[in-house]
Design a protein around this ligand. Structure first.
Ligand code: PBG
Length: 329
């Protein structure tokens, strides 16, 4: 790297006009980079706003199909489904998670039929179905790993059967990627992608999401025995390597903004596609501050997402996806 001294080198020369700034910009954000997470609920022709996520609502099946149509029209390549499950369907064994006709699978089929061009990502974790609010099965206060993996595999197969293009295991149990990959191969779903939540931290930034899926009040304890410690970085690389070896096609770093160093480290080290999840708390911070007039919400949105591209990410899950797609037009 060579940088001359003043006045041979003046950094302001390439900053003088918009044209020059565009010419030397190293990273850009495009609509192709976006995955839009949406919350779905039972019922018809209705939506329920999520108070801790201004602008985000839980959508009924018909509204979710309309949302997918809008996203596809904006050019967004993928949508990700998170179900809000009625308390009456939550159990200790989480059986609803692999019901072929559960909400998530019904919505997947409906979107596939109406908007075949958009990729559908589904969530594999037991928390929406679990009376304990945990991502795995719980016995005597302990999260069971191998039993949870068996349940997650059943869930994966039901989602693939419904037509999911990308399976998104967010559960953080050990061994789940390998188990899911081999079950998918055996069941004739060898084309289904797995986007592994490989480096997922035990984070306070998931709060609004837990409100949105109705898991906040139920969660007993925390998720520190399976999600990553925020102090660790080397472990993230080991997790990514393991998940790629087990058959993940893409990997994720989550949350996003507080973990941009991890995004950079993963994209430097691995040639696999890297995604970041700009999580609910990150969204809420930007929205909340913008609502109070403390920051320019639109500019903060674009800047926060460009940062992921600069950090080496190939795609970003963001609740801002439609707003960004519109802003980029
Ligand atoms: C749980 C799951 C969480 C998120 C996605 N899947 C929360 C958690 O781990 O408790 C968070 C997403 C967000 O905050 O936007 N399987």
């Amino acid at each position: 790297m060579t940088t001359g001294s003043f006045p041979a080198t003046r950094f302001r020369r390439t900053k003088r006009t918009d044209a020059l700034r565009r010419l030397v910009r190293e990273s850009t954000l495009t609509v192709d980079d976006l995955i839009w997470p949406i919350f779905i609920r039972d019922g018809q022709d209705d939506d329920t706003p999520v108070p801790s996520m201004p602008g985000v609502s839980r959508l009924t099946l018909d509204r979710a199909v309309a949302a997918a149509e809008d996203a596809a029209a904006l050019g967004i390549p993928a949508i990700c489904l998170f179900p809000y499950i009625d308390t009456s369907l939550k159990t200790e064994l989480c059986e609803e998670a692999w019901n072929p006709d559960n909400l998530s699978n019904r919505v997947t089929r409906a979107i596939k039929a109406a908007v075949p061009e958009i990729a559908i990502m589904t969530d594999v974790a037991l928390d929406p179905y679990n009376i304990n609010g945990h991502d795995g099965l719980v016995k005597d206060g302990v999260i069971l790993n191998d039993e949870s993996v068996e349940a997650l595999v059943k869930m994966t197969l039901a989602q693939a059967e419904a037509g999911a293009d990308i399976i998104g295991p967010s559960d953080m149990m050990d061994g789940r990627i390998g188990a899911m990959r081999s079950a998918l191969e055996t069941a004739g779903h060898s084309d289904v992608c797995i986007l592994s939540y490989a480096a997922k931290y035990a984070s306070a930034f998931y709060g609004p999401f837990r409100d949105a899926v109705g898991a906040s009040g139920l969660l007993v304890g925390d998720k520190k025995t399976y999600q990553m410690d925020p102090g660790n970085a080397d472990e993230a690389l080991r997790l990514v390597e393991r998940d790629l070896r087990e058959g993940a096609d893409m990997v994720m770093v989550k949350p996003g903004m507080p973990y941009l160093d991890i995004c950079r480290a993963v994209s430097d080290r691995f040639s696999a596609p890297v995604t970041a999840y700009q999580v609910s708390g990150e969204y809420a911070m930007i929205k909340g501050a913008a609502e109070r007039g403390w920051i320019d919400g639109d500019k903060a949105m674009m800047e926060s997402l460009l940062a992921f591209k600069r950090a080496g990410c190939d795609a970003i899950l963001t609740y801002f996806a439609c707003d960004v797609a519109r802003a980029l037009r």
